[in-house]
Every structure is written in C-alpha cells, then in structure tokens.
Write a protein that binds this ligand. Structure first.
Ligand code: NAD
Ligand code: IPM
Ligand code: MN
Length: 354
C-alpha cells in the first residue's frame, strides 16, 4: 500500500472549514482506489498562532514541512495581523523556500458553474494559467527610506532573473506542446521598459525551441479585457507573478467564482514538496458561518491527485463536482444555493461513491 504524507496548514478564517471537505473527498478516493492511503499531519500555523507565539510558523517549520509529499493549505491572513507579515512569513515563505516556481491555476468553466458573462459558450472558457511564483513583482526587494519624514521614499523593485523567467516560460511551452494548445504570454513591455521587454524577448527566444506551438503575446490591460469579451482566445497562458495573481481572480469571477478556483504551487524537480490550495483568501466576511464554498479546495485535491500520479481520480473528482453543481441542490450561497459547507463535501463524496 502506497502512503502519501500530507502536511495540512488550515490557516485562518474559512481555511479550516473548506479543507475539512477536501480531506473528506481525498479519503473517499483513497478508500475507493484501495492502493494508497493518506496520512495527514496538521500544523496549527496562522494568525491565531501568531497572536499567541509572535510568529506565523515554528522556527524549524520549513524543516518539518520538507519531509512531506505535499502540503494542503487553506488560507492565510486575518484582521489583527498585518497582511504583509502573515503572508510573507507563511504562504510566501513556503512558495519561495520550496522553490515552487510554477503556479498552475485552471480557469475552466465546469458544467453547472455559474458564469456572469452572456453570449459565452461554456467550452469557450478553458484556460490554464501558468503563473511565475518565485520572483518578479513579489521578489520583496526594496527599501523604505526617511520613514515619516517629508522626503519619505519607498522602493519596490521587481526582480526578473534569466533563470526565473526562462524556466516558467519553458514549462508553459512544454504544457502547450504536450496538450496541443496555443500559448499566450501576458506582459506589459510598453510601460515596464526593463522587466517586461526582457520577458517578451525570452518568450520569443524559448519559442524557437517549440516551432509546433502557436503563440500570442498580449499586453496585460488588453488581456484583462479579452478575458471578459472573448475568453476563448486563451488556452495555455504564461505570465508574471503579480499579473497572474490579478488575472486569476478575474478568471475565477468568470468561471464559477472565488469559491471554485484552485491553484497548485509546484516545484517541478520535486526536490521540495508542492503545495495545493484554493486561490481565495480567508474570507473574514463569511468566516465561521459555515457557508463558505469548499469546491475550490476540493479542486485542489484533484490537482494533488494529478500530482501523485492518479490523474484518473483527479478527473473523477472534477466530474463529481460538476454533477453536484448541475444538480444544484447542494451548493453554497455564492453559487445561488442554500447548502452549508459540509453538505457540499458530503454531496461530492456521495457522487464519488456511486
Ligand atoms: P478573499 O478571497 O478572502 O475574499 C474575497 C471575497 O470572496 C469575499 O467576499 C469572500 O466572502 C468571497 N469568498 C472567498 N472565498 C470564498 C469561498 N470559498 N466561498 C464563498 N465566498 C468566498 O479575499 P480578501 O477579502 O481580499 O482577503 C481576505 C484575507 O485573505 C486577507 O488577509 C488576504 O491577504 C488573505 N488572502 C489569502 C490568500 C491565501 O491564503 N492564499 C489568498 C487571498 C487573500
Ligand atoms: C493568491 C494570493 C496571494 C498572492 C497573497 C495572499 C500573497 O492572493 O494566492 O492569489 O498574491 O499570491
Ligand atoms: Mn490572489
């Protein structure tokens, strides 16, 4: 029997309640499959932990996490702890520390998922965002000079290394080639005259190795507009850290909402564990009410199953989610239903069992 060790960081707000449903689903899959088991280790890290201990995770937290096959994360951040502290000391620390430089975020309108766009066919929204996840605008390079003085200055420097840009772009070309899809690069070289000119050049350069991949290059502002007006032009998409962050929330909005969008933070070399999470935050406005949508965290489980080599199960989990959404009885208020968080998880488990 194969055993997968999963570190669970439920985190803040709705994090714990949505993860519980994902774990239910993963356990059901393991039971049905019969060839593997999952062992969970829960880490109590997050904002509450910070308020008690003055830190977001244990001193040797990264060493502890290193031993796992995967990390399953809920959400980080809550009023009372400054966001730049909570996120930099936990979520971003793991992404960077474990060199999870690829962030895979599907923007696919599943059957039954609500879509605010009119005149758009369901199959027209089927994109795979490959977001740079280790540097760029999120490098954390900068300074804060003359704080509080009249001549106060802050610097926030983007860092785009040749290695960093090349590896994410190459990864995206590989995916597009393997899946026989087009590849769109999203940048902003008209205004960002160093970083994005460099990005575009590398996109061209690496592209020479992939003559079979049809490519497009968009400015980020136009890309945002086309995602709404003509989403079918995007298949595989590669973009920088910040643009990817913003555009995938837009993607979530057109493909079922924040309660459905998932992301995998991947270290392709598998030197470190990869991390699976819904892309939404801790949703303080609805935390504790039991009405958060767990489908995003269940989709993350589908991504984890793919990563573990159980793609057939990954697909079955998505199909089970679709059945639940099409039926429409067991969906949460953000999707127009009245179900509680746990009822959605139960419904997915029940469909899987049939
Ligand atoms: P958010 O994603 O938490 O919430 C935005 C809106 O979407 C809210 O109205 C919320 O109720 C709704 N929403 C989100 N997830 C939902 C779900 N599963 N079901 C139903 N509705 C859902 O974003 P925010 O309000 O900008 O941020 C709140 C906190 O979360 C901040 O501290 C922020 O820094 C943090 N954050 C963390 C992560 C992460 O841990 N990965 C991601 C984004 C934001
Ligand atoms: C996301 C989140 C994070 C990001 C924040 C919380 C640092 O918004 O995963 O999309 O910007 O990457
Ligand atoms: Mn985001």
């Amino acid at each position: 029997m194969k055993i997968f060790k999963v570190a669970v960081i439920a985190g803040d707000g709705i994090g714990p309640e949505v993860l519980e449903e994902g774990i239910k689903v993963l356990n059901k899959v393991a039971e049905l499959d019969g060839t593997f088991k999952v062992e969970y280790t829960h880490f109590p890290w997050g904002c509450e932990y910070y308020l008690k201990h003055g830190k977001m995770m244990d001193e040797n937290g990264m060493d502890k996490l290193k031993e796992f096959d995967a990390i399953y994360l809920g959400a980080v951040g809550f009023p009372g702890v400054p966001d730049h502290i909570s996120l930099w000391d936990l979520l971003l620390r793991i992404r960077k520390g474990f060199d999870q430089y690829i962030n895979i975020r599907p923007v696919t309108l599943l059957k039954g998922a609500p879509c605010p766009l009119k005149d758009v066919k369901r199959e027209d929204i089927d994109m795979l965002f490959i977001r740079e996840n280790s540097e760029g605008e999120y490098a954390g390079a900068g300074d804060w000079l003359f704080k509080g003085k009249e001549n106060e200055v802050v610097l926030q420097t983007g860092v785009f290394s040749r290695k960093g840009v090349e590896r994410v772009i190459r990864y995206a070309y590989e995916v597009a080639k393997k899946e026989g899809k087009t590849l769109s690069s999203i940048s902003k070289a008209n205004a960002l005259n160093y970083s994005m000119v460099f990005w575009d050049e590398i996109f061209q350069e690496v592209g020479k190795e992939y003559p079979e991949v049809k490519t497009y290059s968009y400015l980020v502002d136009a890309a945002a507009m086309f995602m709404v007006k003509d989403p079918k032009r995007f298949e595989v998409v590669v973009t920088s850290n910040l643009f990817g962050d913003i555009l995938t929330d837009l993607g979530a909005a057109i493909a079922g909402g924040m309660g459905l969008a998932a992301g995998a933070n991947v270290n392709p070399e598998r030197k470190y564990p990869s991390m699976f999470e819904p892309i939404h935050g801790s949703a303080p406005d609805i935390a504790g009410k039991g009405i958060s949508n767990p489908l995003a965290s269940i989709w993350s489980i589908s991504q984890m199953l793919d990563y573990f080599g159980y793609e057939t199960w990954g697909k079955k989990v998505l199909e089970a989610m679709e059945k639940v959404m099409v039926e429409g009885k067991d969906v949460t208020p953000d999707m127009g239903g009245t179900a509680k968080t746990n009822e959605v998880g139960d419904a997915v488990v029940s469909v899987l069992g049939k």
